[in-house]
Design a protein. Structure first.
Length: 277
């Protein structure tokens, strides 16, 4: 009997020892589980963002002018944007509310006239609650980068090009021009993804911007100063009100690209547009 009691006590003490060892390592184990869950959630959010949000908010959330604001931006994370709209809650609550409920009415005082649809199922959208949470986690994942300035649109690669469309430009790189148009410049948001400006891509019997540029500066009714396709496209970027294509209005396109683009940027952008036949 005494031997059995002794064995029982030893087994009990061994179990206590195992539990102590497990308890010591439990916080780190739980932290690792949490990190793995958050990583998977951000990865899911990235896929959802690419499929649903990128067309309006741009690659990596850098925004597209006249379409949707930047999310990968300092003012979202330093409290400025929340203060501007009078939101007194937390940033995660703000982002989740906007994603889930959308913006049925365009924000006053902004240059984003399009409404944002509701994405949460509780507001009639297509995404489950966990998917909305994943999108929120992905957006919040940009905080350190945005506050450090890493989410800002690219700066010119040299001195700004100015508005003289007769200046000689360096050889252009169409692939880099495509990247510029899809990035912080926001060209693709208005000319490819949404019908805000004249379409760049061919559609039906209508050719792409590369072919139309060859035809436009020679057409009757053209009021600009270009005498080549390159100059026509140059002018359309730095002086967009010099000639307005039928069906569109003046002052929709930003007027400051002459001060935002370098000669190389302009050459690359023109090379990309000319490639769209």
């Amino acid at each position: 009997m005494k031997a059995q009691i002794a064995l029982g006590m030893l087994a009990f003490l061994a179990l206590i020892g195992v539990l102590v060892v497990v308890a010591i390592g439990e916080p780190e184990r739980m932290a690792e589980v949490t990190r793995a869950f958050e990583a998977r959630q951000i990865e899911t959010g990235a896929s959802l963002f690419e499929a649903n949000c990128r067309p309006c908010h741009g690659p990596q959330g850098q925004g597209i002018q006249a379409v949707a604001p930047a999310l990968n931006a300092p003012d979202l994370f330093d409290g400025s944007r929340l203060a501007a709209v009078g939101f007194g809650g937390t940033l995660p609550d703000y982002v989740r509310g906007v994603v889930a409920a959308g913006r049925p009415v365009p924000s006053a005082g902004t240059n984003y006239p399009q409404r944002m649809p509701a994405w949460g199922q509780e507001y009639g959208g297509p995404l489950r609650s966990d998917q909305v949470d994943a999108l929120v986690a992905y957006v919040l994942n940009w905080e350190a980068r945005a506050l450090a300035g890493g989410g800002a649109p690219p700066t010119p690669s040299g001195p700004t090009v100015g508005a003289d469309i007769t200046v000689a430009l360096p050889p252009g790189d169409a692939q880099r021009g495509k990247a510029l148009s899809e990035g912080g410049l926001g060209c693709s948001g208005c000319h490819i993804l949404a019908p805000v400006g004249p379409a760049w891509l061919a559609s039906g019997t209508e050719p792409g911007i590369g072919t139309r540029a060859e035809q436009r500066f020679q057409a009757a009714g053209y009021s600009g100063k270009a005498d080549s396709a390159e100059q026509y496209l140059f002018e359309s970027v730095v002086a967009p009100n010099a000639y307005i294509e039928p069906g569109y209005q003046a002052n929709i396109m930003p007027l400051n690209f002459a001060d935002r683009l370098s000669s190389q940027d302009m050459a690359d952008l023109i090379a990309y547009m000319l490639s769209l036949k």
